[in-house]
Design a binder for this molecule. Structure first.
Ligand code: ATP
Length: 244
């Protein structure tokens, strides 16, 4: 079964309508979800992770509907999710954290060590294996967190603002990591960074006040692919206006 999509999704949180009739099908590669603060980006990811129950509409993750317990179980196994608030005890070493992640994601005991070795390699963590998380730079720690979210090789990987707090070089390195992850998984990433869109995203979903105002490729948005043109278009869309 394939297909990661939300259809006619409406989510109310307290008195706020966080998402209204959102319909998006996520294809392979990297989809960036952008929007102003409070536009509903995190809510969309939280809904797809099964952490927020929609008021109306449907969610499918890798073909599994979140409407039934069996579907939710299957979707959870197919999904990797890095929340904006991910934190991990700083006294864990990278290896210990990854071992814990493998257990958490129900990797069979016999496969855990090879799974950890594989993640260390995939995410270029060889030199940091025995370092405690609290001693790592923000960029390396974020790489560990992405390794944790994708240790079970999920078919869908959702990353909520992974580049926040990173410097330019770290953002650049992170894009490489995300690009590599997208070879195994459908990646959905929320970001405020226009460079992320131009250099990393295959597709772009723009939200304004909980409504999808654009869903397409960066080239469809702006054929020149020029950074400042794309930025202007996205900024305009984020205010809820239609791009000419
Ligand atoms: N638990 C909650 N209870 C009530 N309202 C909420 C709750 N969580 C979020 N909201 C509201 O829902 C709307 C969407 O929030 P959400 O966090 O999804 O936006 P966002 O685009 O991810 O923002 P940011 O870029 O600041 O992370 C906002 O108006 C927010 O204030």
């Amino acid at each position: 079964m394939t297909g990661t999509r939300v259809a006619d999704l409406t989510v109310q949180l307290g008195r706020t309508i966080a998402l209204t009739n959102v319909t998006v099908a996520f294809s392979s590669g990297v989809t960036a979800v952008v929007g102003a603060n409070g536009s509903g980006k995190s809510t969309l990811l939280r809904c797809m992770a099964g952490l927020v129950r929609p008021h109306a509409g449907s969610v499918h993750v890798a073909g599994h509907s979140l409407a039934t317990p069996d579907g939710r179980r299957a979707a959870r196994a197919a999904l990797g999710y890095l929340s904006q608030r991910t934190d991990f005890p700083g006294s864990y070493t990278v290896r210990e954290a990854l071992r814990y992640g493998a257990w958490l994601h129900r990797v069979p005991r016999a496969e855990r060590e090879s799974t950890v070795r594989d993640a260390v390699e995939r995410f270029a963590l060889t030199d940091h294996q025995v370092a405690e998380l609290r001693t790592l730079s923000g960029g390396t720690r974020q790489r560990v967190y992405i390794a944790l979210a994708s240790i079970h090789r999920p078919s869908v990987l959702m990353l909520d603002e992974p580049s926040v707090g990173l410097d330019l070089a770290q953002r650049h390195a992170l894009r490489e990591v995300i690009h590599r992850a997208s070879q195994d998984s459908t990646v959905v990433v929320t970001t405020h960074d226009i460079d992320d869109l131009v250099s990393m995203a295959d597709r772009l979903v723009v939200l304004a006040e909980g409504v999808v105002v654009f869903n397409g490729t960066v080239t469809e948005l702006d054929a020149t692919g020029d950074r400042s043109n794309v930025e202007r278009q996205v900024r305009t869309l984020m205010t809820g206006a239609q791009v000419a």
